[in-house]
Ligand binder design. Structure first.
Ligand SMILES: *Cc1c(COP(=O)(O)O)cnc(C)c1O
Length: 365
């Protein structure tokens, strides 16, 4: 009774959890630098706001999260009709595919490697996925991408800044590219890490969206990364009104819960927490880049809160040795990059521990 597509489905391969590793290696303390979470934990203002609302969780939330839509719209100086809130941007990715792609007919373009949810939800929905290999330096082969669009291409996914490489494309190049996309194809720019790009205005397409009302571009943002709400599951799309209204129509009515909505609205208010995280990540990114290089590893440039690097030893060996010593980073095997690793930028203390453990393993201490 199970569909073939479902039988063949390869589930998402997440970063390992702290509890898992504590258990497996009998460790009392474990540092997780695997899933690009905010190492500072939640903003105190968010904790307070959520605590006050807990007793209201017996009520259904309002479909479409109108309060949060308004708060995000105000924050971005857009109309709330341009905003769709989802259970993580993962839900929005799924909605976009189901909204635009006809199973068995349409196709979706993704870079390889790229964030696996685009491919997974596309395959599950029964649409063809076309892979465009990234350039060897992990920059975007935009001409290949354009040349691969055909009359059945409903969506093009582009992560900017990119995961897992950290590469970011400037917004002028992106805009020129966007203008060449046929009008029946939707370009989705996933800006999950845009808050860590410096300066943001150099990379985000939001200003163009505001000025030019880009019709076939959707921008995705999330509260999982800089806003530190990964566990509450909340993300949003910025889209032209008609597209937004269709996404809202098919969304499960209660997929975004009360507490997530409250938390996200409070998170937008805490500009101190946002700025503090941003400057910590930017400073520590610079330090890690330099120190990782000093350990004979090769980091890639990054505009995100993580760094991809290659190593003189086998990446798999290094990954396992770090685990044994209580440091979880991300193996990139599931991204098809067996020789690369990705480390999330932690607190200064966590980064120091990571670096000294790395030096230990590489016999460079
Ligand atoms: C982390 C991440 C997201 C965010 O997903 P959520 O469902 O909002 O937690 C989206 N896109 C990319 C590329 C990511 O790495």
């Amino acid at each position: 009774m199970i569909r073939t597509t479902v039988k063949q489905f390869k589930p998402y391969s997440p970063g390992l959890s702290i509890a898992e590793i504590k258990n497996q290696y009998q460790l009392t303390s474990v540092i997780k630098m695997a899933s690009n979470e905010n190492p500072l934990g939640m903003s105190p203002l968010v904790i307070e706001a959520v605590s006050k609302k807990i007793a209201e969780a017996f009520r259904y939330p309002r479909p479409g999260s109108p309060k949060l839509r308004r708060a995000i719209a105000r924050h971005l100086q857009l109309s709330e009709e341009n905003i769709v809130v989802g259970n993580g941007s993962d839900e929005i990715i799924d909605l976009l595919i189901r909204c635009t792609a006809e199973p068995g007919k349409n196709n979706i373009l993704v870079f390889s490697p790229s964030f696996s949810i685009y491919r997974m939800q596309g395959l599950l929905h029964g649409v063809k996925i076309k892979d465009i290999p990234l350039n060897t330096d992990f920059s975007f082969p935009l001409n290949n991408l354009l040349a691969s669009i055909d009359e059945n291409t409903s969506l093009v996914f582009l992560t900017n800044p990119d995961n897992p490489s950290g590469f970011a494309l400037d917004r002028y190049t992106l805009l020129e590219f966007a203008k060449q996309i046929p009008k029946d194809t939707l370009l989705v720019i996933d800006e999950a890490y845009i808050d860590f790009a410096h300066p943001i205005e150099k990379y985000t397409l939001l200003d163009e969206f505001l000025k030019k009302g880009l019709k076939n571009v959707v921008i995705l943002r999330t509260f999982s990364k800089i806003y530190a709400l990964a566990g509450l599951r909340i993300g949003y799309a910025i889209a032209e009104k008609e597209i937004a209204s269709h996404l809202l129509r098919i969304k499960l009515p209660f997929s975004v819960n009360h507490l997530a909505e409250t938390a996200a609205a409070a998170a937008l208010q805490d500009t101190y927490f946002y700025q503090y995280t941003k400057s910590m990540v930017t400073n520590e990114r610079r330090r890690l880049q330099k120190e990782i290089t000093g350990l004979h590893c090769t980091p890639y440039p990054s505009q995100t809160n993580f760094i991809m690097f290659s190593t003189p030893l086998s990446a798999d060996h290094l990954f396992k040795e770090l685990l044994k010593k209580g440091i979880i980073i991300r193996s990139l095997k599931s991204y098809g990059l067996p020789n690369h690793l990705r480390v999330t930028i932690g607190t200064p203390e966590e980064n120091t521990t990571f670096l000294s453990t790395l030096a230990d393993i590489l016999n460079l201490a």
